[in-house]
Design a protein around this ligand. Structure first.
Ligand SMILES: Nc1nc2c(ncn2[C@@H]2O[C@H](COP(=O)(O)OP(=O)(O)OP(=O)(O)O)[C@@H](O)[C@H]2O)c(=O)[nH]1
Ligand SMILES: [Mg+2]
Length: 306
């Protein structure tokens, strides 16, 4: 786990420290009894893992400790390592496989509720993919507010890349234009920003479906990816968001943001258990570098050991 040594990991670890501190305290205790299992369960629930998920994880832990017991006195790290193993296995359900290579530009449509971190994440994604040699183009599909276009333009100039925008116009038209511009300019990746919305706002969800339909007409197999950006600090609410956006649009990935802040991180366990959409990246700050590819082992270790 080379990732463990990176700055990103320490950000993640300090962000998730609430959970880690309480799990750490439990794991350092000499007695593994019924009360201990109950405490592990309630700690996971408090870390936003959700009741059902926490119960199932503790059941897995019980089973594992029964078939292969650990003596905390002689093996001080044994319990943490066992729990990390179980959490990583659960998080394995949301591990993303690498994106398949394409001949034309890949289109990533980015959606989510207001303020989740879509535009910021797009700025960071542009930087990430550019550093991997991709030719990136951005589309200002949030035509709802003028400031939203400007915000994306700022990220565009920070990365030295073009942003396709229209002074007036609807998001589907901007998305269509961006695909055509991407094809004409030899871009390998077009990332489409959209305005924030609640999944309960039916007309706004219809608008997203329209953007998706138009992208399907603009390019073969488009959009290749539909990613939901979720604020990791919203706890169980994030699970509802993933289900609703997935039902409406068929998500292919998630970006979970703000794990450097108040987020407790357990929500990824709940997602893995209840609606396993691959987690592509986690956001650990507001800077251009503060985006990490999701690594289930490192994340489980951060949850337990912080
Ligand atoms: N600490 C922290 N802040 C973040 C992260 N990602 C985004 N933010 C902040 O969250 C706020 C909202 O981010 P935006 O990118 O504007 O969110 P959005 O989803 O595009 O918002 P709307 O377009 O209004 O729906 C900004 O202040 C960002 O700097 C993160 O990973 N960590
Ligand atoms: Mg935005």
């Amino acid at each position: 786990m080379g990732f463990l040594k990176t700055v990103g990991f320490s950000r993640l670890r300090s962000g998730l420290s609430k959970t880690g501190a309480s799990l750490g305290r439990l794991l350092g205790r000499p007695m593994v009894d019924e009360a201990w299992f109950e405490e592990v369960e309630s700690t996971l629930i408090m870390a936003d893992a959700g009741v059902r998920t926490s119960q199932d994880l503790v059941a897995a832990l019980r089973k594992s400790l029964k078939s292969s017991p650990i003596d905390p006195a002689s093996s001080p790290d044994g319990l943490s390592n066992r729990l990390i193993e179980i959490l990583s296995k659960q998080l394995g359900a949301v591990t993303a496989s690498p994106l398949a290579s394409l001949s034309g530009p890949r289109i990533i449509m980015v959606v989510g509720v207001n303020g989740a971190g879509k535009t910021t994440s797009i700025g960071k994604l542009a930087h990430h993919y550019q550093s991997q040699g991709e030719r990136v183009l951005l589309a200002a599909g949030d035509t709802f507010r003028a400031a939203a276009q400007e915000q994306l333009q700022v990220w565009g100039s920070r990365n030295g890349i073009d942003v396709i925008a229209q002074a007036k116009g609807d998001p589907a038209a901007v998305a269509f234009d961006a695909v055509k511009a991407g094809q004409a300019r030899g871009a390998s990746l077009v990332i489409v920003d959209t305005a924030g919305r609640l999944p309960t706002q039916a007309h706004l969800m219809e608008e997203l479906k329209k953007v998706k339909r138009v992208l399907a007409k603009a390019i073969v197999d488009g959009p290749h990816e539909v990613w939901l950006v979720v604020d990791g600090g919203t706890g169980q609410n994030a699970v509802g968001q993933v289900k609703a956006f997935d039902d409406a649009l068929g998500l292919t990935g998630l970006v979970v943001t703000k794990l450097d802040g108040t987020a407790k991180g357990g929500v990824l366990l709940a997602l893995a258990h209840e609606r396993p959409v691959p987690v592509r990246f986690v956001g650990v700050g507001e800077g251009i570098e503060d985006l990490q590819p999701f690594d289930p082992d490192a994340f489980a270790a951060a949850l337990v050991q912080a």
